[in-house]
Ligand binder design. Structure first.
Ligand code: 5GP
Length: 213
């Protein structure tokens, strides 16, 4: 559905294990017509539950480096020894079609996007405390112990960059968290600075009244 407005670019970051994937899945389930999810390219190994083109486009290092060379990515980053990047074409197409585009990316990529597109909305997801984070990473069972440790260490670095984000989303109760995220994004459309066209039209119309037209 095109709501007659351009979509907002929304970055959702958060610690590995914070539940970003689950939140996004539920957001799309409930409010499908509002959002488009950007599917990233990565060089990390595919998990058993994943499908090429659904969670990620899985690439070799050489293929990924070709995409960088050809300027096919809006941004990319190295995260725990693998490349991750956002393909450009889909994002531009969906924003123009009026959908809010969700990028689920880590913090270096988020900061690059904000620099290039200052009106990006940056959201950061975290569980309610660090113990819950460790439990989630462990019970997910998709990573080896050393990878879990690396991801926890990365979390301790990532929290240092949190000030660059606009809103914090605490993922305690999934359903509430999803509704809160939807409200935050939809309220953002009402921000005065995002409604220049509407305001200019209103100004012109009011001017014509004062001229007695
Ligand atoms: P995972 O291996 O758990 O799927 O993802 C690892 C990290 O990479 C997560 O923090 C995820 O948000 C981030 N990530 C996924 N896609 C991209 C991307 O296109 N660009 C950047 N910069 N980070 C990404």
């Amino acid at each position: 559905m095109n709501r007659g407005r351009r979509g907002i670019l929304v970055v959702l970051s958060g610690f590995s294990g914070a539940g970003k994937g689950t939140i996004i899945k539920e957001l799309l389930n409930r409010y499908e017509s509002y959002y488009a999810l950007s599917v990233s390219a990565t060089t990390r190994a595919k998990r058993a539950s994943e499908e090429d083109g659904r969670e990620y486009f899985f690439k070799t290092k050489e293929e990924f480096e070709k995409m960088i060379e050809n300027h096919e990515l809006i941004e990319y980053a190295l995260y725990v020894e693998n490349y991750y990047g956002t393909p450009k074409a889909y994002v531009e197409e969906q924003l123009a079609a009026g959908r809010d585009v969700i990028l689920e990316i880590e913090i270096q990529g988020a900061l690059k996007i904000k620099e290039m597109f200052p009106d990006t909305l940056l959201l950061f997801v975290t569980p309610k405390d660090a113990v819950t984070l460790k439990e989630r990473l462990t019970t997910r069972g998709t990573e080896e112990a050393d990878v879990i440790d690396a991801r926890l260490f990365r979390a301790s670095e990532e929290i240092l960059g949190i000030e660059a984000y606009d809103y914090l989303i605490i993922n305690d109760e999934l359903s509430e968290c999803v509704d809160e995220m939807h409200s935050l994004i939809q309220n953002e459309h009402r921000r005065v600075s995002r409604n220049e066209e509407f305001i200019n039209r209103m100004k012109e119309e009011l001017k014509s009244f004062s001229k007695g037209e």
